[in-house]
Design a protein around this ligand. Structure first.
Ligand code: 13P
Ligand code: SF4
Length: 329
């Protein structure tokens, strides 16, 4: 008991230090009891908490067992032995966890934490595309519903998109639902990519003008973008990659000044990992990711809500598309 209390105190100290790079002391004081309650519930219920890189620092640090990008978290959820997996991210991510580990109880703290990309396409849209382009393989970005996952041939993420497209034995490939990711893949492959016009409501806001202005204002800064940005934007930046690949780039490049063209919490979370790097804020907020708060996380564990459920048929077919990706990477 003494040991467990000591461990909790150590986690709290670490949480205060890291989240303290973003919040005032009073805000930490107010939230600390919630963090303690979550840590206790997590133990009681044998729950695993996964946190996407876009979680706010109070949710990202301390309570998460693992944090990362969509690909890393998908792998973690597949391998978990916990009774409950609480996914702090958006709904398609929690669905992916359920598909990869269907015997676990998978929870998300707010069912309305959606994604503009996932909402841009239905399973019926995929069936119509298949009828229009018979024999052309369909790759879906992991930011899609389980209904879309069950209809496509293979899934990709921002960390492996080009590799997945290259792995297919076809000169033409349909890439859905992110039109900008499709454009970015097209720049890196000789295959003909047929896109779907879905967009991330956060990353589509960045323009070439923003990059030009950033270069003028901060000539020494490395500019880093997510592949959900337009290809005209990614063409002008120093590095484009998944949320975790951004961290890796900063570590390996030794950059002293970084300007991130991605969701706001990414910079907040990286700031505590790289105290010697100056992060210039050029961020946009994802309203879906921001629906996950400490109070909702506590309630999710306390009341075991909101459970993500899928039919056996959906799980079986969506799993096949995910497994094909996981066999490549
Ligand atoms: P990552 O897989 O790069 O973490 O991206 C997920 C996402 O939703 C970015 O907007
Ligand atoms: Fe979806 Fe964009 Fe939000 Fe990521 S940042 S969850 S792609 S809306």
């Amino acid at each position: 008991m003494q040991g467990i209390l000591k461990m909790t105190d150590q986690i709290i100290r670490d949480w205060r230090e890291k989240a303290g790079k973003t919040y005032f002391k009073e805000e930490l004081d107010e939230r600390e009891p919630l963090v303690r309650e979550i840590l206790e519930l997590k133990k009681q219920k044998n729950a695993l908490i996964l946190g996407h890189n876009y979680m706010t620092p109070d949710v990202f640090h301390g309570i998460s067992d693992f944090v990362g990008d969509s690909l890393e978290l998908a792998k973690r959820s597949r391998d978990s032995q916990a009774d409950i997996i609480l996914f702090n991210g958006v709904h398609f991510m929690a669905e992916t966890a359920k598909i990869l580990n269907p015997t676990r109880k998978v929870l998300i703290a707010d069912l309305k934490a959606g994604c503009s990309l996932a909402e841009s396409m239905t399973g019926e849209d995929v069936r119509q595309l298949r009828a229009k382009y018979p024999g052309v393989p369909i790759v879906s970005y992991i930011n899609c519903t389980a209904d879309v996952k069950m209809e496509v041939d293979i899934i990709c993420t921002s960390a492996n998109a080009v590799k997945i497209v290259e792995s297919l034995p076809s000169d033409t490939v349909l890439v859905v639902p992110d039109g900008y990711l499709a454009q970015n893949i097209q720049k890196q492959t000789k295959k003909k990519i047929i896109p779907w016009p879905g967009k991330c409501m956060v990353h589509e806001l960045y323009t070439e003008f923003d990059v030009d202005m950033a270069r003028k204002s901060f000539p020494k800064a490395k500019i880093v973008a997510h592949p959900e940005c337009k290809d005209t934007v990614t063409a002008k930046v120093d590095f484009t990659g998944s949320t975790s690949q951004m961290g890796k780039y900063i570590r390996e490049s030794g950059a002293a000044e970084v300007l991130l063209m991605t969701e706001c919490s990414m910079g907040d979370n990286l700031r505590s990992e790289f105290p010697n790097v100056t992060f210039i804020s050029s961020c946009q907020t994802c309203p879906h990711m921001k629906k996950i708060t400490l109070a909702k996380v506590r309630d999710a564990l306390k009341y075991e809500q909101f459970e993500v459920t899928l039919s056996d048929e959906t799980i079986r077919r969506a799993r096949a598309s995910l497994d094909r990706m996981l066999a490549v990477v």
